[in-house]
Design a protein around this ligand. Structure first.
Ligand code: GLN
Length: 471
């Protein structure tokens, strides 16, 4: 697995070229088509961009991401390049504009190699909900790669791109990163523009990178972040400079850890890896403190009430009239009904029904309003947590990757596997998953670090240091 930072050095020392890298990745994508990670490959444009990147390197004018080969989750709009969201509903949909992140990556010299498979409209934790088939885990095909950004995780873990982008509404970057043994980062809500990201739950969604190194993660954050007039929820802040800040030193870092009862439900591998990592942190000089986690029992229910409520509103635009799939007007159904009946898969329908229910006038106070109140408690709870520590250290997932079919028949057990990831989205804070070795089934294990809002740079710095410790 190559990191872009290493590749860039090699190009600068004339040991390789961007054209060679693109050819290599195009070939690998074809050879590993069994993984089903890519839905569209951007062959011609990637080749052309690679040529231009090589000229820039020759002229000694490379931009920050010059020649970085990036795979893009298929719910991020790419001009003229099919963007399906893993749904039949958008089977042939070619956006007429680029998402802001795509513009920024291209302007910085990044090469878009293709679009990656994902759970339909980013709803899922295993990639079993894509209308285009499962994405397979690159280490063992019987296991899920995680979701919903499974294709993007596999693109990096399987050596099909330097880096990739996913979207994280409740863990969809961090969880597949953990399952695949790579880095996955969800920045602070509002750090990165969502313009052009097809909305699942707008108040929770955030775009972020997958990578093999913290350096690459930082480069992508610095390129994509910063205020965007096209997304009024972006923070009015300049782009981060986390890459240059990676070598700063933080004195007296206190790491918060979970009380034992919060590990109930984790499998043995995760618990023992968690304790080992804490021991390593302690011996390397970090202060460790066990923190109370207020409102933890509300995390999953609050997330699934609010996310489905927002999803039901966001997905109402898919009506068969303006774009995308259109169902037939026969068999006693109108176009609207047949479009939505035939265009959406079962998990998306389940969420629309749940979301419509919690928003309905008779139940609004009991569910949606309560959910909003509980969200405030989660947010305030994190204020208390970060008053006691600089970063919170916790597992990314209660287990390593599970097998296909293991949870797909029982949605609640699937939802419960998001236990450690959804709270960061509810609170809007940055969170990163880093690889820490393998579990007993030889599948990768990930641990998570979370920090207070807008502490993205510090979080990446501490993640770099801890990753070196765990390596
Ligand atoms: N697994 C979670 C869900 O199904 C998270 C999805 C996401 O982050 N996009 O909702």
């Amino acid at each position: 697995m190559t990191s872009y930072s290493l590749f860039r050095q090699n190009v600068q020392q004339n040991q390789t070229t961007c054209e060679l890298a693109v050819e290599y990745y195009l070939q690998s994508i074809e050879q590993r088509s069994d993984l089903n990670a890519f839905l569209t490959v951007n062959t011609d444009d990637a080749r052309q961009s690679a040529k231009e990147a090589d000229v820039r390197f020759k002229d000694d004018t490379p931009r920050p991401l010059e020649g970085m080969v990036v795979a893009i989750k298929d719910n991020i709009s790419t001009k003229g390049l099919t963007t399906t969201c893993g749904s039949k509903m958008l089977q042939n949909f070619k956006p007429v504009y680029n998402a802001t992140v795509i513009e920024r990556i291209r302007n910085a010299g990044g090469i878009i190699i293709g679009k990656t498979n994902c759970d339909e409209f980013a709803m899922g934790s295993s990639n079993e909900n894509s209308a285009y088939g499962n994405v397979l885990h690159p280490i063992n095909n019987e296991y899920v790669p995680g979701g919903s950004s499974g294709g993007s995780a596999v693109a990096v873990a399987g050596g099909l791109a330097h880096t990739s982008l996913g979207s994280d509404t409740g863990g969809s970057i961090r969880q597949p990163a953990a399952f695949c043994g790579i880095i996955g980062f969800k920045p602070t809500y509002g750090r990165i523009s969502r313009y052009g990201l097809v909305a699942f739950a707008s108040s929770l969604d955030q775009i972020g990178p997958f990578a093999n190194s913290i350096e690459d993660t930082a480069l992508l954050l610095d390129t994509m972040s910063g205020h965007d007039p096209l997304d009024s929820t972006t923070a009015n802040l300049p782009p981060t400079q986390s890459f240059y800040a990676l070598h700063h030193h933080d004195d007296n870092v206190t790491v918060g850890v979970l009380p034992d009862e919060m590990l109930e439900g984790c499998n043995e591998d995760v618990i023992s890896a968690y304790h080992n990592c804490i021991q390593k942190l302690r011996t390397s000089g970090y202060s460790i403190t066990t923190v109370e986690i207020p409102g933890k029992s509300a995390w999953i229910p609050t997330y699934y009430i609010l996310a489905t409520a927002e999803a039901s509103a966001n997905l109402s635009r898919f009506d068969g009239i303006r774009y995308g799939f259109r169902g037939p007007e026969n068999e006693g159904m109108d176009v609207f009904t047949s479009t939505r009946s035939l265009g959406f898969g079962p998990e998306v329908k389940r969420r629309i029904m749940l979301g419509t229910y919690v928003l309905s006038s008779g139940y609004y106070d009991a569910y949606y309003k309560k959910g909003q109140q509980a969200r405030r408690l989660v947010h305030n709870g994190y204020k208390e947590i970060f008053a006691a520590c600089d970063v919170l250290f916790l597992p990314t997932t209660p287990s390593t990757a599970f097998k296909f079919g293991e949870k797909s028949k029982d949605p609640v057990s699937m939802y419960l596997s998001d236990l450690y990831t959804v709270s960061a989205n509810l609170a809007g804070i940055p969170a990163i998953s880093i690889p820490v070795g393998n579990g007993a089934n030889s599948m990768p294990l990930g641990m998570q670090l979370q920090a207070a809002e807008f502490e993205d740079e510090k979080l990446l710095r501490i993640a770099k240091h801890t990753m070196d410790l765990f390596a």
